[in-house]
Design a protein around this ligand. Structure first.
Ligand code: NAD
Ligand code: TDX
Length: 333
């Protein structure tokens, strides 16, 4: 199979490419990535020489580029990981979120139609459903996004729906809970907190740290996307979850305990505007189809902490230059 993975130089996309190349020695992967601040070829250093892998620098907002890649490489399926993904950045400046997340996805849908591809998996988020106090989101829950990021993802997912209904395209949309694991850009809570603590810096916990997220290890997410690429029913939407819910303060306490540090390292800072209280998804539909998570949260989180401890070369250089400008703007520190 010839796969086009967009955004494959980011956190989840790079983990997915590594996973697929190992599992399917006869698949070819084309990685189209714009290399924004979040795209990083260091994420793929160990596979850059693989004969079945090719990196192409480019923008999904450029329709001609997407078409050219599909035409020249006999692409069978597209997995769209490319997106602007950080909620706080979308609050500071939403423009690129609308361009990449909405128009980029539209271009991919047009390519799926034009080249009659076998499958398109749109990697989306539970954030499109908004925020919950109790219960879980199902695939039938209404879209009530609260940030420019989640609204842009919701717009893309609705375009996917319309292309299924109107053109009968073979699209599968996924709404996953939060991922954690190696190679996550250190602006997101987990790598930011772990690396700050390793540098002797405090962690900026929003509000009272009571907001709750459901967490999935990134390799379990890779397994789910692989499963849906091959077994997902065209036109369907699937939630991807684990049932593992943690308050942000609980995650922080895990890090403090693992690293032998005191709660004085927590700095409670001003809350995120429109901060979603809680996400939790019901993933029975995916489980009924035959997928379930394999990784234990405590083990995989410990492995993740170890990975950031062992790979300072990877994150130290990211936390300088442009990053510091963003960090100062965000936290006023
Ligand atoms: P990331 O920010 O680490 O990576 C995004 C990648 O997309 C980067 O390599 C970047 O260079 C690339 N990119 C951005 N704009 C592009 C453009 N216009 N053209 C081509 N490439 C472009 O993101 P991530 O955390 O790996 O998330 C991947 C996908 O998973 C996203 O679609 C996101 O919405 C979704 N998702 C993420 C999570 C999570 O917890 N991280 C949870 C649910 C869903
Ligand atoms: O400095 C911080 N302090 C803090 O308390 C940061 C960056 C975050 N937080 C809180 C906000 C959230 O409640 O931690 C929680 C997790 O925050 P993020 O890592 O920014 O993730 P979240 O906002 O939940 O969104 C993530 O999951 C869904 C991804 O960034 C999205 O791309 C994905 O769709």
């Amino acid at each position: 199979m010839n796969l086009l993975v967009t955004g494959g130089a980011g956190f989840a996309g790079s983990n997915f490419i590594r996973y697929i190349l190992r599992k399917y020695p006869n698949y070819r992967i084309f990685n189209l990535d714009k290399l924004t601040y979040a795209g990083n070829l260091d994420n793929l250093k160990d596979i850059e020489g693989n004969a079945n892998y090719k990196f192409i620098k480019g923008d999904i907002v450029d329709q001609r580029m997407v078409f050219k890649i599909c035409r020249n490489n006999k692409i069978d399926a597209i997995l769209n990981y490319a997106a602007e993904t950080h909620v706080d950045r979308s609050i500071l400046d939403p423009a690129d979120f609308v361009k990449t997340d909405v128009i980029g996805t539209y271009n991919i849908l047009e390519a799926v139609k034009e080249f009659k591809l076998q499958k398109f998996v749109q990697i989306s988020t539970d954030e499109v459903y908004g925020s919950l106090t109790k219960g879980q989101f199902t695939e039938e829950s209404p879209f009530l996004p609260n940030s420019p990021y989640s609204a842009s993802k919701a717009g893309a997912d609705l375009l996917c729906r319309s292309y299924v209904k109107t053109y009968k395209l073979p699209v599968v949309v996924t709404h996953s809970c939060n991922f954690y694991g190696p190679y996550q850009y250190p602006e997101k809570m987990i790598p930011l907190f772990v690396t700050n603590l390793m540098e002797g810096k405090k962690v900026p916990l929003y509000g009272k740290g009571e907001n709750t997220r459901e967490w999935i290890y990134v390799l379990d997410h890779c397994r789910a996307i692989d499963f849906l690429l091959h077994k997902g029913v065209n036109g369907e939407v699937y939630n991807i979850g684990t049932g593992v819910e943690k308050k942000n303060i609980q995650i922080t306490q895990i890090f403090l305990a693992e690293l032998g540090l005191d709660k004085k390292m927590i700095e409670f800072v001003k809350d995120r505007p429109g901060h979603d209280w809680r996400y939790a998804v019901n993933s029975n539909k995916l489980k009924k189809l035959g997928w379930s998570p394999e990784y234990d949260f405590d083990d995989a989180m410990r492995e993740t902490i170890r990975w950031y401890q062992k790979n300072e070369w990877w994150w130290k250089k990211l936390k300088s230059g442009e990053y510091l400008k963003y960090y100062k703007k965000q936290y006023g520190l």
